[in-house]
Design a protein around this ligand. Structure first.
Ligand code: NHW
Ligand code: EN5
Length: 388
């Protein structure tokens, strides 16, 4: 069934439920001298390229490839439209390797036709922190699909990760592969219900009129929590402490230090937004919430071309109830003109999704580890990891 994935060190379907297999690496590292020194062979019309996202020209080539060929929903009505600023941010975290930003070009025209990336991350599984690659933005041009290019690209990124002496990876996908460590669901909170209905993102409920629907999703103009404010650079140490302490409880979660928090969570306009609650008396930082900005192109609508979506990222509640905290972040997103606020059922998100009128989406997100086995399939609430 999975001619490629059956050859890879990943959990296999036949091993699901086998309690005798130990948690940890599936295969041991090999000496670096035994890692293949030359790139894998591509079909002869194509060549490898390393993409420098600092180059405005290359960043635009990547942006155009993804804008026209990246992930769509099951009915091909929407396609992710990561911005250039977002791609630069996503691919330049602390300690990144340019060699992990891999493109494929047509030799004759130099046109960029495929892409895959990795970035380094420390990820904890149970009690063990493992240096991994987070793999993302795998994309093959629509005209070159089903030619088995993806396996070659995956092998090439694996080789380049191995050259940095890293032997594990984490990734998510909307498709089922061997084998998910967890399967999550998308939930959606309408902020601009009229537009969402007009573009086919959502439907008018049974026995609902447009005006009743608009009223249902109305939000206050101002946040209600005293001390709720945007995160600033001087908050990095306090947010790092708060987040590290929170993420301890999950079976799989990133091991963020202050440099990671500075990169991944300090607000960056139209890329990542972070808010916190500073106690007005003690000035203690007690709660935190964040989202990233990922618009989708609306395919073939007369009136609208993009859907502005916020995606729930890392949130921590210690003093403010989850529902109040997340309602405040919905208010912020509405004020900033987002059409929809999306969230997965990971971490404690189930405690606010229904109450805050999120509706179940039609998309699933499967989480995977490469060359690392965990004992059981995780419930989404045991996952403390959000990938972009
Ligand atoms: S998930 C988003 C992936 N991208 C898209 O869906 C964009 C639209 N689709 C395409 O561009 C986030 C193509 O359909 C792609 C496949 C390129 C997806 N992950 O070339 P062939 C990520 O970026 C397997 C992994 O003929 P194609 C995460 C498929 O099962 N494998 O197909 C990426 C089959 O193998 P099998 C996927 O349609 C994680 C083989 O590819 C996959 O022309 C990557 C068919 O290849 C997917 N999303 O191109 C893994 N989709 O065994 C990282 C299909 O079943 C692993 N396939 O025969 C870790 C590496 C680092 C390790 C470090 C130690
Ligand atoms: C790697 N980082 O399917 C990610 N999105 O539900 C790659 N559905 O937007 C993998 N189909 O349910 C990504 N509206 C996998 C996801 C790919 C994209 C995807 C889904 C997630 C989605 C929307 C639109 C569906 C359009 C037709 C959806 C219903 C919302 C409604 C709001 C009001 C209350 C009820 C629900």
């Amino acid at each position: 069934r999975h001619k490629f994935w059956e050859t890879q060190p990943v959990g296999q379907f036949k091993d699901l439920g086998d309690e005798s297999l130990p948690e940890g690496p599936i295969e041991p590292p090999t000496p670096l001298s035994e890692v293949k020194q030359e790139p894998y062979n591509l079909p002869s019309p194509y060549e490898w390229t390393t993409c420098d996202l600092d180059s405005e020209y290359t960043c635009n080539e990547v942006y155009v490839l993804l804008t026209n060929n990246y992930v769509e929903d099951d009915e091909n009505m929407f396609r992710f439209n990561y911005s250039k600023e977002f791609l630069r941010w996503a691919l330049h975290p602390p300690g990144y390797f340019k060699s992990w930003h891999i493109g494929v070009r047509v030799k004759t025209s130099k046109k960029l036709v495929a892409f895959i990336t990795g970035v380094p991350a420390r990820i904890r599984a149970s009690d063990t922190v493992v240096l991994m690659a987070e793999i993302n933005f795998l994309c093959v041009h629509k005209k070159l699909r089903s030619k088995r290019l993806a396996p070659v690209m995956i092998k090439e990124v694996t080789r380049r990760v191995h050259l940095e002496n890293i032997w594990q990876a984490a990734y998510t996908a909307g498709v089922v592969l061997p084998t998910p460590i967890s399967t999550c669901q998308y939930w959606h909170r309408s902020l601009n219900p009229k537009k969402l209905i007009d573009v086919g993102f959502s439907r008018l409920g049974a026995r609902m009129t447009m005006s009743r629907t608009i009223k249902l999703y109305k939000l206050p103009d101002q946040t209600v929590t005293p001390g709720f404010r945007k995160m600033e650079p001087h908050d990095v140490p306090a947010v790092t402490r708060l987040l590290r302490n929170y993420l301890k409880q999950f079976v799989v979660a990133p091991d963020f230090d202050e440099n990671d928090v500075e990169h991944w969570l300090l607000p960056k306009e139209d890329v990542v937004d972070s808010y916190l609650v500073e106690n007005p008396e003690s000035h203690e930082i007690t709660d935190f919430c964040s989202f990233y900005t990922l618009p989708s192109s609306i395919l073939g609508n007369q009136n609208y071309s993009t859907l502005k979506a916020a995606y729930s990222y890392y949130n921590v509640s210690t003093k403010i109830p989850w529902i109040q905290l997340m309602n405040d972040v919905l208010i912020v997103a509405k004020k900033k003109d987002y059409d929809v606020f999306n969230a997965l059922d990971v971490m404690h998100n189930e405690t606010f999704l229904k109450e805050l009128k999120f509706g179940l989406g039609d998309g699933k997100l499967h989480y995977y580890l490469y060359n690392y086995r965990i004992k059981h399939v995780l419930r989404p609430s045991e996952l403390g990891l959000v990938l972009l």
